[in-house]
Design a protein around this ligand. Sequence first.
Ligand code: GCU
Length: 677
Amino acid sequence: AEDGYDLWLRYRPLESVAKARYEPQIAGIVAPGDSPTIRAAVDELQRGYRGMFGGDLTQQGAELRDGAVLVVRAGSPLVQGLDLPFAKLGGEGYLLRSATVQGKRVTIIAGNRDIGALYGVFRFLKLLQAGQPIDKLDIADAPKLQVRVLNHWDNLDRHVERGYAGQSIWDWQKLPRFKDPRYTDYARANASIGINGTVLTNVNANADILRPDYLQKVKALADAFRPYGIKVYLTARFSAPIELGGLATADPLDPAVRAWWKAKIDEIYAVIPDFGGLLVKANSEGQPGPADYHRTHAEGANMLADALAPHRGILMWRAFVYAAENAEDRHKQAYTEFQPLDGRFRDNVLVQVKNGAIDFQPREPFHPLFGAMPRTPLMMEFQITKEYLGFATHLAYLGTMWEEVLEADTFRPARGTTVAKVIETPVDAGAATGMAGVANIGSDRNWSGSQFDQANWYAFGRFAWDPDAKAEAIARDWARMTWGGDPVVTDTVVRMMMGSREAVVDYMTPLGLTHQMATGHHYGPGPWVADLKRPEWNPVYYAQARPDGIGFDRTARGSDALSQYAPQVARNWGSLATVPDELLLWFHHLPWDHRMKSGRTLWDELVVRYDAGVDQVRRMQADWAGLRGKVDETRWAEVRDFLAIQLDEAIWWRDASVAYFQSIAKRPLPEGHKPPA
Ligand code: GCU
């Protein structure tokens, strides 16, 4: 059925020309190793072949024939004597090479470890899906980050916080006995894009996941994922020693607390020897943490890191903190708390920093911690699930947003130190690197709640593998694999994707406005909301719209959040001459009549942007209408209907926001703006 279940691993029949061209080059598999990972690689190759060529690709013996596809590890006698770049592949990289072995023309797919060979198989299948030549292959690739993890915000009761794709796919009640085959498909999809870890539980979840009965369920999942190179991680509630251990305190310097965690972590590793590690949200939004005992984040994190270290486990410690009792600009708080701790975290700690300082907004400048903690391993946290970008119904490709953040120049210590560089560069030999993505996966048939949201899962994996990747190339790969090889379809889908996130920015929060979403669920406009108990939860706090103007002053006259960036960045964004329009109201409070680069007043420009967002959705609709009949009707109709929802809601966003801001600005609507019908 064309329901999207196959994701980008569709393997639909190739055109006869392509088939005829490829067939002599793919005549059999030679995979001498016998491990679960090699078996998974062979299975995938056979599955892909069956789908695209319509027959069986059989395994052959060591007597090679022309067209053999070799799936091997470094050291295999089959590739001895060939000059292959194993040295630069690391533990997870792979190579694809067309070669002559025993006088036969073959394709070599290899890695230093089995997982490399599996990744190589997925790359090989991608080439076939995209109709690329495979007769002169010379590809070598390796991930730039070590820890490439999804964060599932699963609450142990099938509910996913900020999940818009149905229930959680973790069916705890039926585990460990029943392993839903979907777990294997989940692992295949992740391995196909190089994801190598998954945090199963929510950062806000209770401590139950650490109970012995739950650890058996976790073990069952770990067993299902292991052949695909995916490790499991869990969230650790900081107060677990009290809740599960019956202790009176969770003070990280208390010997009984330390002993409890050490025993708990040893217990986990006894059940799951290759367990990945723990993720902690501490002293944030009401969660317990070391500050409850007047200890620092470093003291809290290091206690857990020390217990994990003998097992080579990783401790991910989130920097998403802002405290109720703190009146400082929320933008500044994580930096204020964490930056002074630079150098105080163990090497197996990854401080997990959201891409921006507020909270996964449609656009944020990069987080000032990137580049500011050179002696601390920092990992990126992106949100794949679209909490603030229209849930699953609005089409918004996040690749462009992530690229924008990753290629931003921190100027720390010097020009050219992009955010990507910061996270790719280990702070010491052996220190961890990584990227986390808050998953958009649920039990909907299409996994992500919409066809196009699959692209965000896909793109996350690609950026985690290579933070210097390009959003457009990723979109193109995804479009080809997901919607078929017709170049008209690919071009149209890519065009829609590339403009989609800016459309959302424009109709929700243009010109650097932020957090204008309605309370709690964050769906739909709420710029007028002013009555929530914490000031920094109110949209009016972020927009600062008053009769004198609009925008949040983060210059030295205001909160001075700019001072947390390198001087070059602070100068650039601090000056009205150089700050890009996209971040204008993020950093500046300006009069409604402020003259914009376009020549319009700020008020007029604001309205123009809201209109532009709506128009862009109309363009996506027109583009999509043109693809009718070129893609399957089921998925086509679903996307059409979602775009209709998006248009309604883009108009809702625009009209509500413009009406509200107009009630403060008291200026007429600019010419050309179409008032609400
Ligand atoms: C956002 C989100 C919460 C989540 C929090 C976090 O604020 O709305 O649901 O718990 O981020 O990342 O911890």
